[in-house]
Design a protein. Structure first.
Length: 99
């Protein structure tokens, strides 16, 4: 016998979107302003939210790794965070404007 409630929960879970963090919201704002063609293409294919999630995940992961390395090199945690942010932010969040 099939558990109908589980099927309903499973379907509703798939339709729920993971909320963006501050990094994802920053990326979305930047992309919409400076990369409108990219945003239009991603929205048309239903991939905008997923790409924003990937951008924030990669940013967080690389920042964490770089921050740890910089602390080992003698920077304070705040200095390491600031330096990591300066290095990583343009890789995934503040991407170059479209021409």
């Amino acid at each position: 016998m099939m558990n109908y409630n589980w099927i309903c929960l499973d379907r509703s879970h798939r339709n729920m979107k993971t909320s963006l963090t501050q990094y994802g919201r920053l990326a979305e704002s930047h992309w919409r302003k400076f990369c409108p063609k990219l945003v239009a293409q991603l929205e048309a294919t239903g991939r905008l939210h997923q790409m924003l999630l990937e951008a924030e995940e990669k940013t967080e992961s690389e920042m964490d790794e770089l921050r740890r390395h910089l602390i080992q090199q003698g920077l304070t945690p705040q200095q390491a965070h600031d330096r990591a942010w300066e290095i990583v932010r343009e890789r995934y969040l503040l991407i170059p404007p479209e021409s």
